[in-house]
Design a protein around this ligand. Structure first.
Ligand SMILES: NC(=O)c1ccc[n+]([C@@H]2O[C@H](COP(=O)([O-])OP(=O)(O)OC[C@H]3O[C@@H](n4cnc5c(N)ncnc54)[C@H](O)[C@@H]3O)[C@@H](O)[C@H]2O)c1
Length: 442
């Protein structure tokens, strides 16, 4: 770093992305003021309580709060006055009833901040947005009292929930979408410790930076749906998708990551991002270029149907008067995020088909209870499985991978299990007397 004073950082929106970013910026030595419109969230964070589950983050939150470098507020005026660099991390969910992204939170954050900006600063978008969004927001910023002293950059975020701290402090790459040299230099100053540690930087224009993020998610979703399409073919031929993906993964051009067949992807990013990408392509007149993503989405949703069909086969054709244990509620392990969770979608549909469903998840119980109050919840995997006619393992937490088939077998009514994530050893379960089924495997 040069002798120039360290820029003062603000973060707008303290959800999974923003809270992590604020804490990690404070950990890197910056003075950080983070804002949310949700007063309860701001109060919890100020008290050192993380309002969601993310490994390592609670300890780092308390550590950085204790240094005095990190504070939280609900005041946009305070944020505008404090910051040299403002990171916008608010949500961009799917619009209700449409594929397109709902940009109202991003627009609200920019509209609240811009009229209060009295001195030169850099506003950095981190939310995932359709290509062309930044160009529109630059117009909004031009209304700031500080005029041309207020610049805009787009710096998409690639962190994975469950590994958010590590991904923020040691990202695979940094992408800077900028319109001028000064913005690039400011971002280089903010990320100086990471760049010094060797993190590659890609400097580009706004539209490319916006596209890198959605293109990455489209690629990952496609890889998952590819192997799930292979699982469908395996089911028709008696082949084993686990052996197939294992063999494919030795090919260094393909690699084994995101190549595990199962009930598919969910969460607050991949599903809504590929849909928003298709919607934007339509607006741009290039919808054909992304029509394959429709199939990616359809394959993904068909896997949930297949899981229900397999569960029905296990319960001999009906869910009525059937007790079903669902292990897993979060959309993936090491997270409490239940947005578009395949596990809860399947659980809820089984409930509506007459099953009595008991759900257990190590971290996502509160979120699941709030969003799916019609389901029943158990205190442990063993509790959920008590007297169950079938057990569905739908989120591959380590705790579920390590379940002992003999111990679980002692509490269920029927030893029938559907491994929705291909995460269990079929031989071990079958040897213990279980009727084991999985997607894409005989
Ligand atoms: N969660 C992830 O793993 C992840 C990873 C990379 C990128 N992203 C992207 O980051 C963005 C945020 O995602 P998230 O998962 O953190 O969402 P989130 O819903 O957890 O958090 C969004 C936060 O923004 C706050 N907010 C809403 N309107 C506001 C406003 N006008 N001013 C200030 N705060 C406001 C909300 O109260 C909420 O706390 C999305 O665009 C998402 O696609 C998320």
């Amino acid at each position: 770093m040069t002798d120039a004073p360290m820029p003062r950082v603000t973060v707008l929106g303290t959800g999974y992305l923003g809270a992590t970013h604020a804490v990690c910026m404070a950990e890197l030595g910056f003075d950080v003021l983070a804002l949310d419109v949700d007063e309860a969230k701001v109060a919890a964070l100020s008290a050192g309580e993380l309002p969601f589950f993310e490994p390592e983050l609670p300890e780092l939150l308390r550590k950085t709060l204790a240094t005095g470098r990190l504070r939280f507020t609900t005041s946009y005026a305070e944020v505008a006055d404090f910051g040299d660099v403002h990171f916008v991390c608010v949500g961009t969910p799917q619009k209700s009833g449409e594929f397109a992204a709902d940009l109202s939170y991003v627009n609200a954050a920019f509209s609240s901040l811009a009229p209060l900006l009295q001195r030169p600063c850099l506003v950095v978008g981190k939310s995932t947005v359709p290509a062309g969004t930044a160009a529109g927001l630059a117009g909004l910023l031009s209304l700031a009292p500080a005029g041309a002293g207020v610049r805009l950059a787009w710096n998409p975020e690639f962190l994975r929930e469950g590994y958010a701290v590590q991904d923020t402090l040691e990202p695979d790459r940094l992408v800077f979408g900028v319109a001028d040299d000064a913005s690039e230099q400011t971002l280089r100053a903010v990320y100086a410790p990471l760049i010094a540690a060797g993190v590659p930087v890609v400097v580009t224009d706004f539209a490319t930076a916006e596209l890198v993020k959605v293109a990455a998610n489209a690629f990952l979703a496609t890889k998952i749906s590819f192997i799930n399409a292979m699982a469908e073919v395996c089911e028709a031929t008696g082949a084993d998708v686990k052996a197939l993906s294992g063999a494919l993964s030795y090919d260094t051009r393909i690699g084994g990551r995101f190549l595990n067949a199962g009930i598919g992807f969910g969460g607050g990013c991949l599903p809504k991002d590929i849909r928003a990408f298709m919607a934007r392509a339509g607006e741009l007149g290039v919808d054909q270029a992304l029509s394959f993503l429709r199939e990616v989405d359809a394959i993904n949703l068909r896997r949930r149907d297949r899981a229900i069909d397999l569960a029905r086969e296990l319960t001999e054709g009906t869910f009525v008067d059937t007790r079903v244990a669902v292990l897993g509620a979060a959309f993936k392990p090491n997270s409490d995020d239940i947005r578009d969770s395949p596990a809860l979608d399947v659980a809820s549909r089984l409930h509506h088909q007459g099953a009595s469903v008991q759900v257990y998840d190590p971290q996502a119980m509160d979120n699941a209870r709030r969003r799916y109050p019609h389901l029943s919840y158990a205190d442990s995997a063993l509790d959920a499985a008590g007297d169950a006619d079938v057990v569905l393992m739908l989120t591959e937490w380590v705790e579920f991978r390590e379940l002992d088939p003999a111990v679980l077998g002692a509490v269920v009514a029927q030893k029938r299990i559907l491994d929705g994530r291909n995460a269990l050893d079929p031989a071990r379960w079958r040897n213990a007397g279980w009727h084991y089924r999985a997607l894409g495997r005989p």
